[in-house]
Design a binder for this molecule. Structure first.
Ligand SMILES: NC(=O)C[C@H](N)C(=O)O
Length: 330
């Protein structure tokens, strides 16, 4: 019989109504007892790691989650992590980089409505997640509303609906209906490579969404306070080179040793700066292309890469190398 470990972190799934709105307050034992009421075919144990709304997730929390999986890796066949939905995409991607060569399923889930509420989606999500955690596969996944999404590909696109997440720029890994798993694409089967924990993260990363009128002076602050800057440009990754031109300031960032990643604020189809002049102007050899990575993956990947090295060429190489299906175009 499979043995799985439930790690709880809070989120709506574990929330109760407090004096100032919903706050996490349901224990890991209560979530386990919910699972035990169902028709299950696995052993389950649990550990509460934190009790927070995922709005309060920090890179240090990702490290605690990765360490918990690592420390218990030998004792369980799979892991379920309950987590708030708001930043679940970031945590799932972060775990995908920190848990290298993972050969067991790490399945994140949560809900839009607390588990004790009548119209909750928590029951289905947690049961599906535990079911998927019994599969003989390796990797980090989000299971939500009957869909299984690669950890580097999940984006929360709806604030209230049950189908809060979509797999962006990548096919869904699988679908789950009535406890039956239907794979949609090949997933990594168990291999005997050794799990590597890589938790040295550099949190000095800034994410900048451009808008018409972004002030170039802002970059003077970024240059002194961050080691990495991710720029969500327009369309295929364009940056203004007229009016409040940002080109000079971006070059200054690179010259002062800051890693700069160009991406797009469009959700789908990725960045490609070769088509337009406003794209090519940032084509310096150190500039990092995000290709079709999602912002939820770029942020933790840059923290992970900068946690290993300050050499911008090496950071660029690591960022542009596909990991856990985070990049699928050239
Ligand atoms: N549905 C949710 O879980 C939202 C909640 N604010 C959280 O991310 O923790």
């Amino acid at each position: 019989m499979k043995k799985i470990l439930l790690l709880t972190t809070g989120g709506t799934i574990a929330s109760v109504s407090g004096a100032n709105g919903l706050i996490p307050g349901i224990t890991d034992a209560e979530i386990v007892s919910y699972l035990l009421e169902q028709n299950f075919r696995y052993k389950i144990e649990s550990k509460a790691l934190m009790e927070i709304d995922s709005t309060n997730m920090q890179p240090e929390c990702w490290v605690r989650i990765a360490e918990a999986v690592y420390e218990n890796y030998g004792d369980y066949d799979g892991f379920v992590i309950t987590h708030g939905t708001d930043t679940m995409g970031y945590t799932a991607a972060a775990l995908s980089y920190m848990l290298q060569n993972i050969a067991k399923p790490v399945v994140m889930t949560g809900s839009q409505v607390p588990i004790h509420y009548q119209n909750t989606d928590a029951g289905k999500n947690i049961v599906d997640a535990a079911r998927f955690a019994c599969e003989d596969i390796g990797g980090v996944f989000i299971v939500f509303d009957g869909k299984v999404i690669n950890g580097t590909r999940a984006v929360k696109v709806r604030t209230r609906s049950y189908h809060a997440f979509e797999s962006i720029n990548h096919p869904y890994a699988a679908f789950i209906e009535g406890g039956e798993i239907r794979y949609n694409k090949p997933v990594s089967r168990v291999r005997s490579t050794e799990l590597k924990l890589e938790v040295s993260l550099c949190p000095d990363v800034f994410l900048l969404k451009l808008h018409p009128g972004t002030k170039p002076e802002l970059f003077d602050f970024l240059k002194y306070h961050y080691k990495g800057v991710i720029i969500e440009g327009f369309g295929l990754g364009g940056v203004p080179n007229q009016g409040r031109s940002l080109v000079l300031k971006i070059n200054e960032l690179l010259q002062s040793g800051v890693a700069v990643v160009m991406t797009t604020q469009c959700l789908e189809e990725g960045e490609d700066r070769t088509l337009y002049e406003v794209g090519r102007i940032t084509a310096g050899e150190l500039m990092i292309s995000s290709k079709d990575m999602n912002t939820e993956a770029i942020v933790p990947k840059l923290m992970w890469a900068l946690g290993k090295t300050n050499d911008l060429r090496e950071v660029k190489r690591m960022m542009e190398t596909p990991i856990a299906d985070d990049i699928t175009i050239n």
